[in-house]
Design a protein around this ligand. Structure first.
Ligand code: GLP
Length: 270
């Protein structure tokens, strides 16, 4: 695992978007795993800029989202499909049929979970998976005690997650769906490369547990420590509880892999 500390949330999103853009340019048929949440909105805004201003091409890319709520109709403003349409899909040239999310309104949810896993396999697996982190340490909707080898399945959400995600439901916790379909931790670990983005002081404690704490199903993001290529991009606020900050900063300042990304101002859209 590597941790990159950037000055603020905007630069963290910019760096994340630049890494995605580089992968997409290197492999136009990239299979890209996507996450939702407020943190990701800036990343998608940058990717839309890169498309509009620099011609970043999404026409051959396929995407798989981590999760989707159960029990709200397709087209409802709270669905992650709506979120993705609004923040990314309508702003870039990705064919709609290349965008995949679990169908939380499917009549047979068990069959839908199996279908989702097969579709990922048919397309050769996820090359790069974007991830956020929940306040309870979840990735996707893999809540505490999710099996670290779990696959796509239904999951009941914790009170902390319901509260965290209420904003997208008019601030009313009672309106947040109680269940979701989520890729499993095992599904996520199968991807070629993971990129986790965490910003803001509310994420500092749980991020330190995920990155530097023991691998535990109580903090499912900690399973990313097992992944051979996982990078974590944070801002100063989210980095405050990390013990290894000095080393992480040295790596970013010195390792050749990061040379082209070091001058964060130069990464801004042209
Ligand atoms: C939801 C998503 C997670 C995401 C989290 C972070 O719970 N299912 O995949 O990591 O939101 O949300 P935010 O970026 O709003 O803090």
């Amino acid at each position: 695992m590597e941790v990159i500390i950037t000055p603020d949330r905007d630069k963290a999103a910019l760096l994340t978007a630049r890494i995605v853009a580089k992968e997409l340019r290197a492999k136009p048929s990239l299979v890209l795993g996507l996450a939702t949440g407020r943190t990701m909105e800036r990343v998608y805004a940058y990717l839309a800029h890169f498309h509009q201003q620099e011609g970043l091409d999404f026409s051959r890319c396929h995407t798989f989202n981590l999760d989707e709520y159960i029990g709200i109709p397709a087209g409802h403003e709270g669905t992650y499909r709506q979120y993705m349409d609004q923040h990314l899909f309508q702003k870039v040239n990705i064919p709609l049929e290349h965008t995949h999310l679990p169908d939380g309104a499917a009549p047979d949810l068990g069959a839908e979970c199996l279908r989702y896993e097969s579709r990922i396999r048919e397309l050769g697996g996820i090359d790069l998976q974007l991830l956020g982190i929940g306040i309870d340490g979840h990735i996707g909707f893999n809540e505490p005690l999710s099996a670290l080898l779990s696959r796509t399945r239904e999951k009941a959400l914790t009170p902390a997650t319901l509260a965290q995600n209420a904003e997208m439901f008019g601030g009313d916790v009672a309106r947040v769906p109680r269940r979701a379909i989520t890729m499993g931790v095992g599904t996520i670990l199968d991807c070629g490369r993971c990129l986790l983005l965490a910003t803001g002081s509310t994420k500092a404690a749980v991020l330190a547990q995920a990155v530097e704490g023991p691998i535990t199903s109580m903090v499912t993001a900690s399973a990313l420590q097992l992944h051979p290529r996982c990078q974590v991009v944070v801002d100063e606020e989210a980095s405050t509880a990390l013990r290894g900050q000095e080393y992480y900063r040295w790596i970013f300042a010195n390792e050749p892999e990061w040379a082209e990304f070091r001058d964060l101002d130069a990464l801004e859209p042209r």
